[in-house]
Design a protein around this ligand. Structure first.
Ligand code: ATP
Ligand code: ATP
Ligand code: MG
Ligand code: MG
Lengths: 165, 165, 165, 165
């Protein structure tokens, strides 16, 4: 069990650094097992460094940087054990437009193996969608769903997020 | 496995029906504040076996049933049905399509079904064990909780990694 | 002390309903002292009803509805005891554009008695600003502030939010 | 009283100076994720006497001092000065203008000043008592905490109301 955990941990750790570098356009991120002697009872610490900044714990990170780092870690885990589907409810809320666009482009790489159902208010996230459902309350207090046509099938205008060496 | 569709009746603000077809790739759900977007993801969480009212943003489970508006009476029960494509056999039942459904009455009485056959709640949660699907995986990310994985205690994080291995 | 508390409480309670109705365009909101017999040791419960919906506890409210309700309550308290200045960091994060606009218009009524310093990513909030500071990191990791000129002095285009009878 | 301006040196990501003039009305602070907007409001919180590192998003108080980047050395200390217009006498000192400043050295040593005169931290928090200004009033709303007042326990809410009476 210990060996299996350490193998998985190492995979996630490498995925995390790679995905972090892609979504931040540089920098690096790391995971550390706090108690090497007793791995299956240990905690896991997170360190990260946005481009140009210093490696630090995530405590002083900004709201948007925390969201991006969390997204990088979640996708690092998904790469090891993909959920067949994933519901993400407004994970882009703290992101500025440039970062929402990077998040949307990151999704393009994972959608072949995972169905994403994403609640959002942001047009950049919508640009990555294969289909769009609009929820409304024409009668107050009563929700209905409408299938929405895209004016823009700009899914094809979104380029995938490059790997950062 | 793939998520095919969800149908609900009387669930939260979806007084009538909610029908959502999920295809491959990315499905976006959009709309104004309070229109019912997060309610639709609560429906998925609930039918997969969520038992905590707090996680469903209600005070008690009966509050999941449409409670009426100024010009519409409350419903007496709610039902959520979700259909999976099981061609790859990742759900351990010998069916190409699997429908899971859950009902709740105002009395507090609950019913559970897999492919129309009455089962216990445990049969539903067992069905999804080890598939990466479920209320404790990080594949259902609630609104405002994107950085939960960063705030988690180091030991909780290790448990998430263990689950992936 | 009990009398003074009850007078203040009543003021806040009325302000809360009035401000809630303005920012939601209708509905109503209420505060309740849980233990009338021992007011100075009691809790205070919040009930609210967006237009067309039912009066309920705030537990099932959406992310945006909770932000709006919190803003209404905070401003209800500010009306009783105005802080000379108020720092609001991304309080509009969960709001759709229509609601950000309502929030920005609400600010216009309070700015004569309170200096507001507001961190935001949203253009509708910026439209209410008397001055705008842009923070950037030209050198990575080093912040600098720039005073930003308005192309639009659209502060004068924002109309105050009407009272709702 | 009115907030006139804040000046900082070596504070968090503001390696050099941060100077912000606050006028009447609404001041908006904008910029990309991680550029330093929330750091500027941490500076106000700190100079008003905040003693909890968590509330300032640091692990320990020394982390408030600019910690360097890949091409710039760390600073040895940080200072924040905030100037108030006290024409209305709401601050109980006989000056029309009052400057409060706070310094922290890498050694952990702290210094506090009111109008250039060395004081204790307590003198600063006492100065702002009953003015509606301070780290415990709801006039400094941290990012992600807009609905803190809704999540507060009913008794905590009562305390907020008591403070307003
Ligand atoms: N049992 C119920 N009956 C009727 N309405 C309900 C019920 N439960 C919740 N609601 C309503 O659903 C609304 C919240 O919906 P939801 O959380 O899905 O909004 P949302 O679209 O996610 O909005 P936001 O963008 O602000 O997050 C609330 O107004 C609430 O009153
Ligand atoms: N002592 C320090 N020295 C250098 N940089 C620091 C220090 N403390 C914090 N920072 C940096 O400040 C940045 C966060 O700034 P801040 O929280 O103000 O961002 P923000 O503009 O509010 O962004 P967002 O829009 O995402 O909320 C982090 O990248 C962090 O590394
Ligand atoms: Mg929502
Ligand atoms: Mg911030």
């Amino acid at each position: 069990a210990r060996k299996q955990f350490l193998d998985t941990f190492e995979q996630i750790r490498q995925n995390f650094n790679r995905t972090f570098r892609r979504i931040f356009g540089g920098g690096r991120a790391d995971l550390m097992i706090l108690n090497e002697a007793n791995v299956l009872e240990s905690g896991v610490e997170i360190f990260a460094q946005p481009p140009g900044k210093k490696l630090q714990s995530i405590t002083p990170f900004s709201g948007g940087e925390k969201s991006m780092t969390a997204i990088a870690l979640l996708f690092a885990i998904y790469q090891v054990k993909a959920s067949p589907f994933c519901f993400l409810d407004e994970v882009d809320a703290a992101l500025d437009d440039a970062n929402v666009d990077r998040f949307a482009r990151l999704l393009l790489d994972f959608k072949h193996q995972t169905q994403f159902i994403i609640v959002t208010h942001n047009k950049h996230t919508m640009a990555a969608a294969d289909r769009l459902y609009g929820v409304t309350m024409d009668k107050p207090g009563v929700s209905t769903v409408v299938s929405m046509e895209f004016e823009h099938r700009s899914n094809y205008d979104l380029s995938p997020l490059p790997e950062v060496e | 496995m793939k998520l095919k569709r969800i149908s609900t009746s009387g669930f939260k603000s979806f007084a009538d029906r909610l029908n959502l077809e999920f295809g491959d790739g990315i499905t976006c759900i959009v709309g104004p504040n309070g229109c019912g977007k997060s309610n639709s993801s609560d429906a998925v969480r609930w039918v997969l076996g969520e038992q905590s009212p707090r996680a469903l943003r209600v005070n008690r489970m009966q509050d999941l049933i449409f409670s009426g508006t100024s010009d519409r009476k409350p419903e007496g029960m709610t039902e959520v049905r979700v259909v999976f494509d099981n061609e790859d056999g990742s759900l351990s039942l010998p069916f190409a399509e699997i429908e899971v459904s859950r009902r709740l009455y105002r009395s507090g009485e609950s019913e559970y079904f897999i492919n129309k056959e009455a089962v216990r709640l445990k049969d539903i949660t067992d069905l999804f064990a080890n598939t990466g699907v479920g209320t404790h995986s990080y594949s259902l990310l609630e609104q405002g909780r994107v950085d939960a994985i960063l705030k988690a205690k180091p030991n909780e994080r290790r448990e998430i990694f263990e689950e992936a291995s």
